[in-house]
Design a protein around this ligand. Structure first.
Ligand SMILES: NC(=O)c1ccc[n+]([C@@H]2O[C@H](COP(=O)([O-])OP(=O)(O)OC[C@H]3O[C@@H](n4cnc5c(N)ncnc54)[C@H](OP(=O)(O)O)[C@@H]3O)[C@@H](O)[C@H]2O)c1
Length: 294
C-alpha cells in the first residue's frame, strides 16, 4: 500500500515509517520543514509538503494514497483546546478525500481520556464530550467522518516509551529536576498504561493491514503502572527525594501536567490483541526508565 502518514517525522511516526517500509509498503510522509523533508528522505519515504493548518495539503496527501495514518498533533499545551480543534479540522479534511472509497483512515487518540477511574476497553466510547475534555475532538471527528461513509478506525495510545522518550513521563522528569523532588499524588496508587514504541508502531501496521471499519484499538502492553513506582525510579535516577503531593498541591507543583498526575486511567488491550493478533514484546516501562537517557 501507499500510505500517507501525518506526524511521520515525530517520535511514533518515525518508528512507524520504518515499520511500514520494512513490511514492503510505500510511505508518503507529511513534512512542514526542511528538517522534516530531510529526515523522511533519509528514511526512504516520499515527502508530501504541508501542515495541519493547510487543509488542502491534507486532502491531496490522502487523495494520493491507499490509506492514511494520522499521528500529527501540535503539542503546545498553552493552546491545548485550539490544537484539539485543529486536529478535528485535519481529520475532517483527511476523511473528506476518502469518501466513497474503501481506503482506511486511522486516527490517533489516547487511552487516558476514555474512562478515568476504571479499566477502559476498546468497547468504551469516550464517556464525555470535547466540551469537557478537548482531546476527545479527535474521536468526535473520527465518528463524524465515519457517518459520511469513510472507513475509519481509532488507535488509542497510552504512555509510549523507549529509552529516549516516555510520553508524559518525559516532562515529569524535567519538572522533578526543576523542583528538586520527584512527586506523585496522594498515595501514588493511580495507574498509567504503557507500551513500547516499536510495539505501538507494529500495532498501527496491523491496524492498517487488518483493521475493521469503526474499530477502536488499544496499543496497551501494560494495563496500569502505579505512578508512585514511576516517581520512585525518577527520584533514584536523579538522586532526588520522592514526595507525595495533595491534589491541590499537584496543580501548583506540576503546572499543566497537574491534571494528569493524579489520573487513574488503566486500559485493557485484550480485544485488540485478539482481533489483530498483536502481541507486544518490547521492554516494559520501568526497565526502560531505569536505562533512560535522562
Ligand atoms: N508519545 C506518547 O506517549 C503519546 C501518548 C498518547 C497519545 N500520543 C499521540 O500520538 C501522536 C504522535 O505523538 P508523538 O509522541 O509521535 O508526537 P511528536 O514526537 O511530538 O510528533 C508530532 C508530529 O506532529 C507533527 N506536527 C506538529 N505540528 C504540526 C503542524 N502544525 N503541521 C504538521 N505537522 C505537525 C510534527 O512535525 P515536526 O517534526 O515538523 O515538528 C511531528 O511529526 C500525537 O497525536 C500524540 O498526541 C502520543
Amino acid at each position: 500500500m501507499r500510505v500517507f502518514i501525518t506526524g511521520a517525522t515525530g517520535f511514533i511516526g518515525s518508528a512507524l515509517v520504518n515499520e511500514l517500509l520494512n513490511a514492503g509498503h510505500q510511505v508518503l510522509g507529511l513534512a512542514r520543514s526542511d528538517a522534516g523533508v530531510k529526515s523522511l528522505k533519509a528514511a526512504g519515504a516520499e515527502v508530501h509538503p504541508g501542515s495541519l493548518e493547510d487543509l488542502e495539503s491534507l486532502r491531496s496527501g490522502a487523495a494520493n494514497s491507499d490509506g492514511v495514518i494520522h499521528l500529527a498533533f501540535i503539542h503546545d499545551c498553552s493552546r491545548f483546546q485550539e490544537n484539539c480543534e485543529t486536529d478535528r479540522r485535519a481529520i475532517e479534511a483527511l476523511g473528506s478525500a476518502l469518501i466513497g472509497s474503501n481506503r482506511l483512515l486511522i486516527v490517533t487518540s489516547g487511552t487516558a481520556i476514555v474512562a478515568p477511574g476504571r479499566l477502559s476497553t476498546e468497547e468504551d466510547a469516550p464517556a464525555v464530550s470535547s466540551a469537557s475534555i478537548p482531546r476527545i475532538a479527535s474521536e468526535e471527528a473520527a465518528a463524524a467522518v465515519a457517518e459520511r461513509g469513510v472507513r475509519v478506525s481509532v488507535v488509542r495510545l497510552p504512555q509510549v516509551h523507549d529509552q529516549r522518550m516516555q510520553g508524559l513521563i518525559t516532562p515529569a522528569i524535567d519538572i522533578a529536576r526543576q523542583r528538586g523532588v520527584s512527586a506523585f499524588v496522594g498515595d501514588g496508587s493511580n495507574r498509567w498504561p504503557a507500551v513500547h514504541l516499536l510495539d505501538a508502531a507494529h500495532l498501527y501496521a496491523l491496524a492498517l493491514e487488518k483493521g475493521s471499519r469503526g474499530a477502536r484499538y488499544h496499543a496497551v502492553a501494560e494495563e496500569g503502572v502505579p505512578v508512585r513506582q514511576i516517581a520512585e525510579v525518577i527520584g533514584r535516577r536523579l538522586n532526588l527525594p520522592v514526595v507525595s503531593k495533595s491534589p491541590a498541591e499537584a496543580m501548583e507543583h506540576f503546572g499543566w501536567l497537574g491534571v494528569f498526575a493524579g489520573l487513574d486511567c488503566p486500559a485493557s488491550s485484550a480485544l485488540t490483541q485478539r482481533r489483530l493478533g498483536w502481541h507486544p514484546v518490547g521492554p516494559a516501562l520501568i526497565p526502560d526508565l531505569e536505562r533512560a537517557h535522562i
